[in-house]
Design a protein around this ligand. Structure first.
Ligand SMILES: [Zn+2]
Length: 197
């Protein structure tokens, strides 16, 4: 097994111990926000994903709070505070390839990894784990009555598909989205380094 596979498996094994980590795809997010079964959601994405954030529902009536920063860090830009203040129950960490942050990380640990897809996917899991272990969101997520759920997404620019973390399979699974063919999907413009829609 490659070093990068071992590192991914290690972090995935730790992450799936958290019951709040579930599979949620783009269709479930959009349908849930529009039919009210998801009361509110927060998405933290990487700033260098550009001005199009594919697969994120941007219906103006949806209670969706979008953040972008370098490396989709949940510990800056008021992300945690917004989740707490607005009692958002659905949280998505959204990474991508090719990602400048993943390349920066790899430079910090030379020789360990040069597979940007693997580094990027693992970065999503690392951020989910950091949030659950170190922030107040983790405390809320541990309270099952509150139904806080945490999800990991990864946009693979090579396949041009969304991949969604499946805690049962402990891996990202590719989504062939119906939303690609639906008129109601819209794109959310980039808000800069840190922003809220
Ligand atoms: Zn990035």
């Amino acid at each position: 097994m490659k070093n990068s596979d071992i590192a991914f498996k290690y972090i995935a094994d730790r992450l799936v111990q958290f019951k709040s980590v579930e599979l949620l795809d783009d269709v479930q997010l959009s349908d849930g926000l529009l039919d009210g079964s998801i009361a509110g959601a927060a998405v933290i994405a990487c700033s260098d994903m550009g001005w199009l954030l594919r697969y994120v529902c941007s219906d103006p009536d949806a209670n969706l709070h979008l953040f972008q920063n370098f490396g989709h860090r949940t510990d800056s830009g008021g992300f945690v505070e917004t989740v707490l203040d607005k009692r958002l129950e659905t949280i998505i960490v959204y990474g991508h390839s090719p990602c400048g942050f993943a390349k920066y990380q790899a430079k910090e640990a030379p020789g360990e990894d040069s597979d940007w897809l693997e580094v990027g996917r693992r970065g999503v899991l690392e951020e989910m784990l950091r949030m659950l272990e170190e922030s107040r969101i983790g405390e809320l997520a541990a309270n099952e009555k509150l139904r806080v759920r945490v999800h990991g997404w990864f946009y693979n620019s090579e396949s041009q598909h969304l991949e969604v973390f499946d805690p049962v399979r402990k891996s990202f699974v590719e989504q062939i989205s119906r939303l690609d063919y639906e008129p109601r999907i819209k794109f959310v413009p980039d808000q800069g380094l840190v922003g809220e829609r």
